[in-house]
Design a binder for this molecule. Structure first.
Ligand SMILES: [Zn+2]
Length: 402
């Protein structure tokens, strides 16, 4: 939590209805996107929202905005029965390690830039590579997945086609450039030639032409499939670089702005796609057993941005179209939490229709994907085994600590 010296003003707003802890958690997390004048919103007893405002806030305006946000958030459906598809238990009997991020920095294995990006080396890098390589090998041997590579930037039209602005408009990052104007470029150059820190170009001298940083590993794959006909199903796999603007929610390896995802995309008819989803479950299980961690795959209800969350949540849970890979880890206060370390998704023919690729009978092809958040797997593994090498499985420690 913020410990600035600003005078904080608080407003209490009764929630339109009582909410459970799942929705309360979503409200608190999404609250950083509500207003520049709101620091955070906390939910008390499931009944009241405590809106912490920043100095200079127009309280009446802030209250009205907070109420509109809460109105939408309480419409979320929650409390679905969670189905568990995979449940691995580690053999290591030692305690979970608290404060992994700090320890990694202390050992010089990680550098935290403080804005949701990290650099890493040594055992952290070796473990990240090991998890990525192992997943790639399993996808190749079990599914015949072919290697691919995609860029880290993506254009807004593709994101629009993927429906991303509907579901997560708050998480998009647009890339800006200095306008193609000699005077503007010269002004920017001169201003910086003698300044202490970086001076950004004036707002009117920056243009945003629609390039974005890719926020979901599989998106750049779909435009490359346009016009193709899939006689047989196909699987592709790669390591994708992903960016999600998290505002003030960033927190070490728990929640990064920029991270890596080992992605698997499968394309074909409905039977093929369902079959691959089924085969992906034991692969996740094998990966978790290989590094010896507690891990679950369960039905997901991940938070979408407020206004669409109610419908999306219901759809996901009802259809079991989204499964989440949840790995136990520790919160900053030491309590156990389930870290979402990846997801398994069925998209139906959504992308086949939008990007125009089909099965042999001319129908839009179906797709699915599995994404593994590499840095979160690393965090979970260090949390569950700590820093005593002997607690790590032999095959892993012989690689990462050498
Ligand atoms: Zn995906």
């Amino acid at each position: 939590m913020n410990t600035h010296n600003h005078a904080f003003n608080e407003i209490s707003v009764p929630l339109p209805r009582e909410v459970d802890s799942e929705i309360a958690g979503d409200i608190e997390k999404e609250s950083v996107f509500v207003s520049p004048f709101i620091d955070r919103i906390f939910v008390q007893d499931g009944k009241t929202a405590r809106v912490v405002c920043k100095a200079g806030a127009d309280l009446a305006e802030v209250e009205a905005k907070a109420k509109r946000f809460l109105e939408v958030m309480v419409k979320q459906v929650s409390g679905f029965e969670i189905k568990v598809f995979v449940d691995t238990k580690r053999k290591d009997t030692g305690p979970y390690f608290r404060g992994v991020n700090d320890e990694l920095v202390k050992r010089g294995w990680m550098h935290d830039y403080g804005k949701g990006q990290v650099a890493y080396s040594g055992p952290v890098l070796k473990l990240a590579k090991l998890i990525n390589d192992k997943a790639g090998e399993l996808y190749a041997s079990a599914l015949g997945a072919k290697d691919a590579h995609f860029p880290a930037m993506i254009d807004a039209d593709t994101l629009h086609k993927c429906g991303y602005f509907d579901s997560h408009p708050n998480a998009v990052t647009f890339v800006g450039n200095v306008v193609e104007d000699f005077d503007a470029i010269e002004e920017f150059r001169l201003a910086n030639s003698c300044s202490e820190g970086a001076l950004l170009p004036k707002q009117e001298h920056i243009h945003i032409d629609g390039m974005c940083l890719n926020p979901a590993a599989c998106f750049p794959a779909y435009p490359t499939l346009t016009g193709q006909t899939f006689k047989e199903g196909q699987c592709f796999t790669w390591l994708g670089r992903v960016f999600r603007y998290e505002s003030r929610n960033i927190n070490g390896l728990d929640r990064l702005y920029e991270f890596n995802v080992r992605e698997l995309v499968f394309v074909g008819d409905e039977d093929f796609v369902r079959d691959v989803r089924k085969k992906s479950l034991p692969i996740v299980e094998e990966l978790a057993s290989f590094i010896d961690i507690d891990c679950q795959v369960q039905t997901a209800t991940d938070p979408f941005f407020a206004t669409v969350s109610a419908a999306k949540k219901f759809w996901q849970a009802a259809q079991e179209v989204k499964n989440e890979i949840k790995i136990p880890a520790l919160s900053n206060d030491g309590s156990q939490k389930l870290l979402a370390c990846g997801s398994i998704n069925l998209h139906g023919n959504f992308f086949g229709k939008r990007f125009g690729f089909t099965t042999v009978n001319g129908e839009p092809a179906q797709t699915g994907c599995v994404g593994l958040g590499i840095e979160r797997w690393v965090l979970a593994a260090f949390t569950q085994h700590g820093f005593d090498e002997s607690r790590w499985p032999e095959a892993v420690r012989n690689i990462i600590f050498r």
